[in-house]
Design a protein around this ligand. Structure first.
Ligand SMILES: NC(=O)c1ccc[n+]([C@@H]2O[C@H](COP(=O)([O-])OP(=O)(O)OC[C@H]3O[C@@H](n4cnc5c(N)ncnc54)[C@H](O)[C@@H]3O)[C@@H](O)[C@H]2O)c1
Length: 355
């Protein structure tokens, strides 16, 4: 098996907590380059993560133009996802591009189509689906245990967990707010659980009601004067088969949520299930009629799954074996299309219909 040479662009939180550590757990890759406009950050990561042979640079085109690099991981702020990925694909590199894949469906489609035309692999980072509870729920869906599924809810109402670092609260810097942060996970999870990315229509609303209340945030206070994005988004997504997805995602609320992360519930005519907190990632609670009585049962899933490692392992395996990554690029593009529709619906007050 070939040793893949990998370059990582954007050496911030997700690169140093997910991409690089999970890549380093493999013996068929070498991280050969780290790129960040803040080279001191890249140098520190190089030191901290023991990447003594990796070159550090500030200009991502140096990695794109390096013929020895096979794979690029794009971990920059969102507006750079499309231009960097396109440059990398056009240079013949496989690309893992963090979520959201792009800011617009047009751009996302271009990325998917280019990767396909060039025979290159492309994936994105909605790894939250690879936790034990959603994986168990997906297995139950596959086994037909829910019967006819007509309702799925995904919820990520963080009490106070706004990423108060980087560019998250700036429209110019991040492209949007929570809808581009928690949103991709919250939209992808119900679609992945039901293997249904066939959207009929989207109705969405967004709010920025919390921007002037920066106290008590888990990740430190934010600056309300540098905050021109939404902190909350709700959407009703109607699928072509009649199923409804209700999605709610927020960085800050005055609501008590036990879990930090995306929680899903599925409603079918034979059974319903949800994930219960605080150990929501490995607990599934089912409700159904047993012997004429409505019965609720909570099961702990014992097999551990590391969502980040799952994403990275399936990604590298897909390149090595010419297979499919866990997160399909078409799925990531549909998620972008839904995000775009939520913004449009929120601005116009109207439902957006897909063709
Ligand atoms: N999959 C997930 O669960 C998950 C979690 C967090 C973040 N993310 C995604 O990862 C991306 C980065 O988020 P983060 O939290 O790591 O942000 P961050 O601010 O910690 O890191 C971004 C880095 O990109 C660098 N950068 C900016 N412009 C650059 C350029 N032109 N060239 C090279 N580097 C550049 C910044 O200096 C910074 O170090 C975002 O798209 C975000 O949506 C995904």
């Amino acid at each position: 098996m070939k040793t893949l040479n990998i370059g990582v662009i954007g050496i911030g939180v997700i690169a140093t907590t997910k991409h690089i550590p999970c890549l380093l757990n493999r013996n068929d890759i070498k991280i050969v380059a780290l790129c960040d406009i803040d080279t001191a950050k890249a140098e520190k990561a190089k030191e901290d993560l023991g990447l003594k042979d990796a070159k550090v640079c500030a200009d991502y085109m140096e990695l794109i133009n390096d013929p020895s690099i096979d794979v690029i991981h794009v971990c920059t702020p969102n507006p750079l996802h499309h231009p960097i990925t396109m440059a990398a694909l056009n240079a013949g590199k496989h690309v893992h591009c963090e979520k959201p894949l792009a800011l617009t469906y047009k751009d996302a489609r271009e990325m998917v189509d280019t990767a396909k035309a060039k025979g290159l692999k492309l994936t994105s980072g909605t790894q939250w689906r690879y936790n034990p509870a959603p994986m168990k729920m997906k297995e139950m869906v596959k086994n037909g245990e829910f019967g006819d599924i007509y309702y799925v809810k995904s919820s990520q109402l963080r009490p106070r967990r706004l990423p108060a670092y980087g560019v998250y609260t700036s429209k110019a810097g991040n492209g949007g707010g929570v809808l581009l942060d928690g949103g991709p996970h919250s939209i992808d999870l119900p679609m992945w659980l039901t293997d249904n990315y066939d959207v009929e229509s989207v109705y969405g609303v967004t709010y920025d009601k919390m921007k002037n209340f920066p106290e008590a945030n888990d990740l430190g206070p934010w600056d309300p004067n540098n905050f021109d994005v939404e902190d909350t988004a709700f959407a009703m997504i109607k699928m072509k088969n009649g199923m409804t997805i209700y999605m709610e995602t927020a960085w800050a609320t005055n609501l008590k949520q036990e879990a930090i992360g995306v929680v899903a519930e599925i409603g079918g005519n034979k059974m319903g299930a949800d994930m219960v907190g605080p150990g929501f990632m490995n607990h599934v609670r089912t409700t159904k009629v047993v012997d004429g009585k409505l019965t609720t049962e909570t099961t702990k899933i014992e097999e551990p799954v590391n969502m980040n490692q799952y994403d990275i392992d399936h990604w590298i395996d897909a390149i090595q074996n010419d297979g499919e990554p866990a997160i399909l690029p078409e799925q990531a593009a549909t998620v972008v299309r839904v995000i775009e529709a939520i913004y449009e619906s929120a601005a116009t007050g109207k439902t957006v219909f897909f063709d």
